[in-house]
Design a binder for this molecule. Structure first.
Ligand code: GCB
Length: 586
């Protein structure tokens, strides 16, 4: 799943823009030939969620059609042409000139279909993509479950606390490659004293013998090596003397240029290692702390759609607070985000969309397990070469049937055993595919310890002083401290507080600092950072959330917005952002 690029050998054409759009609540589109074009379309932006572009379809999650006509240049003839969708949330089907090319399940990962044989070279081609985001118990993340997420009415019926934005969320591109092309590249780096080691594996699309070469550019020199492909595979190890290592402070990237037969591909490579030792996470052998945020891909009008100016702004604002990390809560973010993280030096916990997994109904569990494994496979295939990605996260807050089961209930509750098997299979798969990175899952209070055993780092979401002991800051902080110490005593592994936060209505002030005021959030975050600052086993603090974001409607979410952001949804800092600067930007 290499990111498409334009170079000496390849072409790329971005189909972003205004497309024709029509919802299909009665599922008549295919039968009526909408894959060839729709009557009475309305304009829609791609990328972008449809929900915020038209208020009458804010809550519409059923099938909808996107249509775009395009020429494909004659100069692409003789090459193989693909259509690639960065993300269609949740289930997308691609048609070219009326012919179905294939479908993809899962809302946050890319997919591509070869369309060479369908191309019309003399006229325009019709690209049609149908997308739906029905909330179902058999999907990941799930919706319309018998057990609601919140103890109060909420709509739409998600099992997660963010709006289920739907549509084509990332770039749709046409790209062309030579007949024999570089299908995959895997880069693994290591450090040997002052030298960097880069192991490169290249796979061609067919099992041929071929010649190629590698060039590593950067630092003081260019290193060149020959590649010999046997059965379509070649591997090479490069040693970079006096290498510049990649880190959050100095995110140095080399250019790795691969040539194989007629094809070329260039990859950014950061030389770094990541591992855990005792109570610390070590980046290039030195302790590092993950200060930053849980975030969302979310903005006014664009919804979950790729928004490049926002991306640059968010990185700038995160840096302004002194952050060096974030978690892609609660799904993989865009590839453009990952590229920027490499370049800007952010340390990323990369998460699949397994939010609030439940383990009660056997048939649904089996389906969700299959989907989660697919998501682990696709995520690692997509993100394995990003130095910024240091940890795979296979679940956020997997749930027992009731919160806080007693010790004896944990022993007898069948869902606990089922959950353990489910989660271990995911962690096992991640390690099998990528033995070089850390693997984790994120817990809520009361998560059975048998689910946590396999984690390299203990990641905890805790809301002392908000959902529990709200308004009682001293007690809340004491409870937090006790729980953190207990986690360290039990696991003897580094601990990251991956979520802690307080809803805050920007502009609301109070003295005394009661809940919902900016002063309360500022004090809450200050208290948490102070407690954590005294613990040497704390390897990171990630505030929930970087910015206010759209959630489902409920009495818990004023205006349908989760207001735990330290920035507003429009990116204005609340007082808490300045507190973070005090701690992190020194
Ligand atoms: C959590 C969830 C997150 C929610 C957050 C909250 O534990 O992981 O998705 O948004 O709490 O604000 O309640």
């Amino acid at each position: 799943m290499l990111y498409p690029q334009q170079n000496l050998a390849r072409n790329k054409f971005d189909l972003s823009g205004i497309w024709d759009f029509r919802i299909d609540p009665d599922l008549v589109g295919e039968q009526q030939g909408w894959q060839n074009g729709v009557v009475n379309p309305r304009p829609i932006a791609v990328p972008g969620s449809w929900n915020e572009q038209y208020e009458d379809i804010y809550n519409y999650l059923g099938l909808a059609w996107y249509i775009k006509s395009t020429y494909i240049p004659q100069s692409w003839r003789g090459q193989r042409v693909f259509l690639r969708v960065g993300s269609a949330c949740y289930f997308g089907t691609v048609y070219i000139n009326g012919v179905k090319m294939g479908s993809h399940e899962g809302g946050h990962l890319p997919f591509a279909f070869e369309i060479t044989d369908q191309i019309r070279w003399e006229t325009e081609n019709i690209v049609a993509i149908s997308v739906e985001n029905e909330l179902k118990p058999t999907r990941v993340p799930s919706g319309n479950m018998s057990t609601p997420l919140l103890p109060v009415a909420s709509f739409p019926h998600t099992t997660y606390d963010f709006f289920p934005f739907a549509g084509i969320h990332r770039l749709v591109v046409l790209y062309s490659v030579p007949q024999t092309y570089i299908d995959d590249v895997t880069v693994v780096t290591d450090i040997d004293g002052v030298n960097g080691i880069i192991k490169v594996n290249v796979r061609l699309n067919s099992a041929v013998s071929a010649q190629g070469d590698l060039q590593l550019k950067g630092g003081d020199a260019t290193i060149v090596a020959k590649l010999n492909f046997l059965d379509g595979l070649a591997e090479m190890q490069l040693t970079v003397a006096n290498a510049k290592f990649w880190s959050d402070k100095m995110p140095y990237l080399y250019d790795l240029v691969i040539q194989a037969g007629q094809d070329h591909y260039t990859l950014k490579v950061g030389i770094r290692t990541i591992r855990v030792q005792d109570n610390q996470i070590l980046l290039n052998g030195k302790p590092v702390k993950l200060n930053g945020y849980g975030r969302h891909e979310d903005f006014i009008a664009s919804g979950k759609g790729l928004n490049l100016p926002l991306l640059v702004k968010d990185y700038q604002l995160m840096r302004w607070t002194g952050a060096n990390s974030y978690r892609t809560s609660h799904y993989p973010y865009s590839e453009e985000e990952m590229q920027l993280a490499d370049r800007e030096g952010f340390l990323i916990i990369d998460e699949i969309p397994a939010v609030s997994l439940q383990f009660e109904d056997d048939d649904n569990i089996a389906i969700r397990q299959r989907i989660c494994l697919q998501q682990v496979d696709e995520l690692i295939a997509r993100d394995k070469n990003h130095p910024s990605v240091i940890m795979w996260c296979v679940a956020n807050e997997p749930m027992t049937p009731r919160l806080n089961l007693t010790a004896s209930e944990i022993l007898t509750e069948p869902a606990v055993e089922k959950g353990k098997g489910f989660l271990e299979r995911l962690m096992h798969r991640a390690r099998e595919l990528d033995p070089t990175r850390l693997v984790t899952l994120v817990t809520l209070g009361g998560t059975p310890s048998s689910w946590v055993e396999q984690c390299d780092v203990i990641c905890m979401n805790r809301y002392w002083g908000w959902y529990v002991l709200g308004g009682e800051m001293d007690k809340a902080l004491a409870a937090l401290e006790q729980e953190l110490d207990a986690a360290w005593d039990t696991w003897r592994k580094p601990v990251i507080l991956t979520e802690f936060g307080a809803d805050t209505l920007a502009g609301m002030h109070g003295h005394p600092n009661v809940m919902w005021t900016e002063e309360y959030q500022a004090e809450y975050i200050r208290g948490h950072l102070r407690v954590a600052g005294e613990k040497d086993y704390i390897a990171g603090m990630q505030v929930w959330n970087f910015a206010d974001f759209a959630a489902v409607q409920s009495i818990m979410r004023v205006g349908g917005i989760n207001m735990k952001g330290v920035f507003t949804r429009g990116r204005t800092p609340k007082m808490a952002a300045h507190v973070l600067r005090e701690f992190w930007a020194r």
